[in-house]
Ligand binder design. Structure first.
Ligand code: SF4
Length: 382
């Protein structure tokens, strides 16, 4: 299948998690929450012949509610949280740059993190310690949100809908589990598994109206939504890094050079008079070329976003398949349109993000934020 040829962790076999999911939904003592990754809204409707305008995340919310999920949330919310932490981490990194002059790398793509652990373990200290949006979502759900709801963490069954099976192994990693050994994300469904589940319930998604996602973990900025496309993480992070330094926003499209489908794209900018070069790379072959150039001093930059799949998560190996065709380039515009139409285009302006910092974390990189939202990367854990 596509996973074998396109998924960078194709060595993992696809396992069907739908039966476990249905058992959790049938358990009256369990509160089920589901997070929908940014890239899913650009692809899930394809298996039902829907256009992007029909197969919206709001229609998917209605379908998931009908299937029995208690709360429908958005991974784009926690993508905003990842940006708050990662943009702050980047500014610290720039202020205390390691002598080797190598950049800070994103770490939200588990396909890339696994590759780095295997091929470039010497770079692990340069990977952002900010957890991925999937894992931040899981961690926040079983801490802040559980407290708010008066629930114990083990009364929550946390499901995510993701574009690849690499997200299943990420959720299973010991470093992503709670102190008692239980996971922050209990179960991961790929887009294809989601679509199979909808079909197995004999549902026609087109007959469902759109409905809002739930508060507060269903509120996201446009910056959180573009995470699903190559370049989106870097663009979103630069928007907030600019704000953190200047205490005012730049135009949301300032860093749009990060967009596009080329394997490697550069954004040259400056923050507070300091020149910054970011590079967004997709595909592990392109990542290898870039790393070799950086290590040899042939290229220099400050921040690198790596996505293992062609086009980023919109082109993930768990997304619907179309006879071997790549659909990433068709799906990315859906996310950029959503960003453009969103009244909130900066992660730091998301009201739910303001709420979670006010009520729980204080500031980015606080002791509590470090404990709940950050991780370490060890070559021993793959
Ligand atoms: Fe998964 Fe996205 Fe990374 Fe592909 S780019 S492996 S879909 S996280």
């Amino acid at each position: 299948g596509q996973c074998v040829t396109h998924c960078p962790v194709g060595a993992l076999s696809e396992r069907d998690d739908v039966p476990r999911m249905m058992a959790a939904l049938a358990d009256p003592d369990v509160t089920t929450v589901v997070q929908i990754a940014p890239s899913i809204r650009a692809a899930w409707g394809e298996d039902f012949g829907m256009t992007p305008k029909e197969g919206t995340v709001k229609r998917l919310a209605s379908v998931l509610r009908h299937i029995g999920f208690d709360y429908i949330f958005d991974t784009s919310f926690s993508a905003d949280l990842t940006i708050m932490e990662e943009a702050s981490e980047f500014l610290h990194f720039m202020g205390d740059r390691p002598d080797d002059n190598l950049p800070l790398f994103t770490s939200c793509c588990p396909g890339w993190v696994r590759f780095a652990k295997t091929e470039y373990p010497e770079l692990l200290g340069h990977l952002s310690t900010s957890k991925s949006p999937q894992q931040m979502f899981g961690a926040v759900t079983k801490t802040w949100y559980a407290e708010k709801m008066g629930l114990k963490p083990d009364q929550i069954f946390s499901v995510s809908i993701m574009p690849c099976i690499a997200k299943k192994s990420e959720a299973d990693m010991p470093s992503m589990t709670r102190e008692d050994g239980t996971p922050d994300v209990d179960l991961v469904l790929t887009t294809r598994e989601l679509d199979r589940m909808i079909k197995s319930e004999y549902l026609d998604p087109r007959s469902f109206p759109e409905s809002e996602l739930d508060d507060p973990l269903g509120v996201a900025s446009g910056a959180g939504v573009i995470f699903g496309s190559t370049g989106g993480v870097m663009e979103a992070a630069l928007r907030s890094a600019y704000y953190f330094v200047n205490d005012k926003n730049t135009d949301a499209d300032t860093f749009k050079a990060a967009r596009g489908q080329d394997g490697c794209r550069e954004v040259d900018t400056e923050i507070n008079g300091i020149p910054i070069r970011g590079i967004a790379v997709n595909g592990l072959g392109n990542a290898r070329h870039l790393i070799e150039d950086l290590k040899a001093g042939r290229r220099q930059c400050d921040f690198v976003e790596v996505m293992a799949c062609p086009g980023g998560c919109v082109g993930g190996g768990g997304q619907p398949i179309h006879d071997g065709e790549e659909w990433a380039a068709r799906r990315a515009p859906t996310l950029y349109n959503l960003d453009e139409r969103n009244t909130i285009r900066f992660s730091h302006e998301n009201p739910s993000i303001k709420e979670v910092y006010k009520e729980y974390f204080g500031t980015p990189l606080s002791e509590k934020a470090e404990a709940v939202l950050h991780t370490h990367h060890s070559a021993a854990e793959r």
